[in-house]
Design a protein around this ligand. Sequence first.
Ligand code: L34
Length: 285
Amino acid sequence: MSAQIIDGTKIAAQITESIRERIARMERAPGITVVLVGDDPASNVYTSMKEVNCRKAGMRSEKIALPAQTSEGELLAIVERLNKDDSVDGILVQLPLPKHISDSRIIRCIDPAKDVDGLHPINLGLTQLGKGTLVPCTPKGIMRLLTECRVPIAGVRAVVVGRSNIVGKPIAQLLLHQDATVTICHSKTRDLASVTRQADILIAAVGVPKLITADMIKPGATVIDVGVNRVPDPSAPKGYALVGDVDFEGARSVAGAITPVPGGVGPMTIAMLMENTLLAAEARK
Ligand code: L34
């Protein structure tokens, strides 16, 4: 058997198009400001992709790139200014931030109504209650992929590998709200394979290249690979290869459906960012 490959790029493009149509009918296009601190190459790529995609959808989009030495106080002041700026509907501060800045202090300073990442404690709390409007983008994108592909969720066993605030914890909550039986695994989990083998839906979000191998997957399972790891590869044009948390080649012969890396969850994260910005703009009106 060979798994259905879930085409995140295609689904994201359809969502972008419908967002573009909605924005075209609006009096004023929603606006997002993406803040990048430092010169992490991956963050640079992602924030540029976010800006370009937002423009494609007809959004106003601005990127503020700050030097790595920017102090926490300076960054807080910029966030405060964006909070007050009525032309800004969405604020996104790209993570990770340099070590001398506290992620959580910055996130807590963002106006929850403009927190299009859905990472402010208020938005994470509402997501946990099943009442979130601004739901974190990657988990929201994963749920959308599962729905688009008509993957049954109610009553199935879902296993989430990874417990980050940005993916693992919120995706577990969203799956629970759709009546899955959810298990969260992490670095201290004993006999990981025995747990993942029970999963009808397996979400890998740890950032360890090819951690999930074919023998850890239940035949026919839906496998969602959130990892975007850059592994040095001298033969690749950019000098690195993008590798997921799942050993794709092995997994595809066991899984029923699987997301590729690239072209799976990544593009959906960006599509959901645009959707959240649209929702934030509509709510602020
Ligand atoms: N604040 N920080 C904040 N919000 C986020 O939602 C993110 N994240 C993660 C890192 N930091 C963040 C992202 O946007 C990861 N992430 C992200 C977004 C998009 C893609 C990957 C990670 C993506 O589209 N990846 C492409 C490949 C891109 C490449 O060539 O490197 C893909 O097809 O998977």
